[in-house]
Design a binder for this molecule. Structure first.
Ligand code: SF4
Length: 480
């Protein structure tokens, strides 16, 4: 008689916060897979629940705490026997959380992802938060992809050495630790062998990549040569750069973004403000003139540039005139994608000690006004796509309707920007699958999304040894 197979234990993940946290969650997912755990989408079915938290501003902290409390209900009255809290919130407030949340069995910080193995083996202490945060992912770490097929985030470094007044990220993530170029390239090679075609390069301060490596000033350790190596990995079709600090850009990097066929003309550069005195209070190390020059330079040198940026409104000392200057800057620069954050007064940030706090209602109104300006620009730019044919990376069926496919064009980053809803294609020989690149003609535009009709599907060019694509990846529950 054949031996009965023991059912695999089940685990559920909630991944809050930014794409960097997503990578950490995927490493924990890999650790769980190595321990033979099966990921389940429904927390009610999970024996272990992991919440990977975010803790850098008030709203993120509240969402993290609310999520832990929601999952604690499963620990109290459901199937769950282990509730694990990981990430930036537990890195920041380990004692407070441990005292206030008796339902939580284990705490991991922002550098403790691999310790999940000890937790799953049942031999771990309750408090596993390491200080200071000192880890950065490596190609040899287990990592299971989640979300959409064909796309992955790749961390170049962890931590940040800058001292922006409003930011607690260096406290949460530690000093910058860059990965070696070889290790990044090795991970990209492994990802393409798993069907990844879009590589999204991310860190806290991407232009500073490599400066902390031995020989950090040398040519090999710089960002531009690494981007070129990543783009040349067989199977990579799109490379995107995130979190570029607005300092003088390396001409070689600008050249790659402008002309390399696989480095997308997409730049994510958080600018934070535009008024000189505000940038000084924020300790950004430059004035508004540099930002205007940088935006102009990139617009001139990069044909078809998509520019994503983010600003903070309501920072201490922000006057009405400075806010108006910011609005004028945004109108003139016409950013394709704009994120606006309301200042969050974090007790350990340098800006906490500043006078002239902006009342919450004023900050909320400024947020609404700047968002509205951004939305009008995005809508106008989106409308200009109607009638054009675009290259689109198919992500899979839309959440609204399984017969409608969704994807993204080169100017849309995963999980942050809008999407393209694809229809038609019944006459095509082979219908597209998740991970395919297609050509599609845009028929309609909303403020952030596009609708397009399929024109053709690019034949696949998988490198030798590539596994079949189109499989389902675990969906990590994300925040609201
Ligand atoms: S560069 Fe970014 S992560 Fe680093 S301190 Fe400034 S805002 Fe924070």
């Amino acid at each position: 008689m054949a031996a009965m197979k023991r059912p695999r234990p089940t685990i559920h993940f909630v991944s809050l916060g930014c794409p960097k946290n997503r990578v950490d969650s995927e490493v924990m997912l890999g650790v769980a897979a190595d321990a033979r755990y099966e990921h389940v989408d429904d927390p009610a079915r999970a024996e272990v629940i992991v919440v990977n938290t975010c803790g850098f501003i008030g709203a993120a902290k509240k969402e993290s705490v609310d999520t832990i409390l929601e999952m604690a209900e499963h620990r109290r009255a459901g199937r769950c026997t282990k509730l694990v809290v990981a990430g930036c919130l537990s890195q920041r407030y380990p004692e407070e959380l441990a005292a206030g949340m008796p339902e939580v069995d284990h705490f991991l910080g922002s550098s403790d992802m691999l310790k999940l193995g000890e937790v799953l083996r049942g031999r771990a202490e309750r408090m596993l938060v390491g200080h200071p945060a000192d880890w950065v992912v490596r190609a040899s770490d287990p990592r299971a992809l989640s979300g959409r097929v064909g796309s992955a985030w790749v961390k170049l470094a962890e931590g940040c050495n800058r001292t922006c007044a409003f930011c607690v990220i260096p406290e949460l993530r530690g000093k910058q630790r860059s990965r070696t170029p070889d290790d990044v390239v090795r991970e990209v090679e492994e990802l393409t062998a798993r069907g990844v075609r879009e590589v999204n390069l991310v860190s806290q301060d991407t232009v500073a990549y490599g400066r902390d490596l031995p020989g950090g000033a040398s040519a090999e350790a710089r960002l531009a040569p690494l981007v070129r190596r990543v783009a040349d990995v067989p199977g990579v079709r799109w490379v995107r750069l995130f979190y570029l600090y607005p300092e003088k850009l390396d001409p070689e990097l600008v050249e790659l973004v402008a002309h390399h066929p696989r480095v997308l003309p997409y730049v994510d550069m958080p600018l934070q403000h535009a008024a000189d005195a505000m940038l000084r209070r924020m300790r950004r190390g430059h004035g508004g003139a540099r930002l205007r020059r940088l935006v102009d330079e990139l617009r001139q040198k990069v044909p078809g540039l998509t520019f994503r940026t983010a600003f903070i409104v309501g920072h201490p000392g922000e006057s009405a005139a400075e806010f108006e200057e910011l609005c004028d800057f945004v109108r003139a620069a016409e950013f394709e994608h704009l994120g606006v954050f309301r200042y969050s007064d974090e007790e350990s940030a340098a800006s906490h000690a500043l006078d002239a706090k902006v009342p919450a209602l004023v900050a909320a109104n400024r947020w609404r006004r700047l968002m509205a300006i951004g939305r009008r620009i995005a809508a106008r730019k989106n409308a200009a796509f109607v009638g054009r044919e675009l290259e689109v990376l198919v992500e899979g069926a839309s959440e609204e309707h399984e017969l409608v496919l969704v994807g993204r064009h080169r100017g849309q980053a995963p999980e942050i920007d809008g999407q393209v809803f694809l229809s038609g294609g019944a006459e095509l020989d082979a219908p597209p699958r998740a991970g395919d690149l297609v050509r599609a003609r845009v028929t309609q535009a909303t403020d952030y999304d596009l609708a397009a009709g399929l024109v053709s599907v690019e034949p696949r060019d998988r490198p030798a040894g590539t596994r079949a694509r189109g499989r389902t990846l675990p969906v990590l529950r994300a925040g609201a």
